[in-house]
Design a protein around this ligand. Sequence first.
Ligand code: ADP
Length: 212
Amino acid sequence: MKLILLGAPGAGKGTQALSLSEKFDIPWMSSGDLFRSHRKENTDLWKQSFGYIEKGLLVPDSITINMVLSWIDENSNKGFLLDGFPRNIYQAESLETHLDNSSGIDKAIYISVPDEILIDRLSSRVVCKVCGIPYTKSDKNKCTVKACTGELYQREDDKPESIKKRLQVFMDETKPLIEYYNFRDKLIQIDGSGTVESVRESLESSILISNK
Ligand code: ADP
């Protein structure tokens, strides 16, 4: 299965991706986590990307597309679940071209959530330094995913100014992908404003139905 998760920052892509990738046994890639995995070593890729990420802007396609397509080549013989890529039409077309020998992706799942809820979630979110799983700020300070126990921290782009910018970038650049995949009959839309469990159930059942 080749699946894409679409949704504004805070829609719940990262929260749902781990369980979906386990349930359907497909590797999960978060483009944001791939970028952040370069931070510790301060690689050239991180030096070129950090300024954009911090401001809530998209990293240039020339950097992002190579990074993600290399991940696909190395990891995706069992299909994939992409979270955070594509984020604009050019990236979507590059992905289709790259998958040219197959019929492209199977489904793009759009998790839709009203803006007020997104802002609320992002400003109270902390994420695991090691595996990237998001949590709501509380007294917990370690990741509880099996065998992880990474430290939780607030991302530099989860500050109010960057949050505003990221939501704007989503509206301008990423939202057109909804029409792009709808036109190709590949879009599934899910209401992401409910609880983690109810959204997970809708996601799993819509994937099962579409895969019949
Ligand atoms: P969120 O979905 O919460 O906004 P991500 O962790 O997916 O956050 O991404 C964080 C940042 O990484 C983005 O704001 C952007 O700067 C960069 N980024 C991630 N994916 C892409 C992409 N496909 N194209 C360009 N930039 C990206």
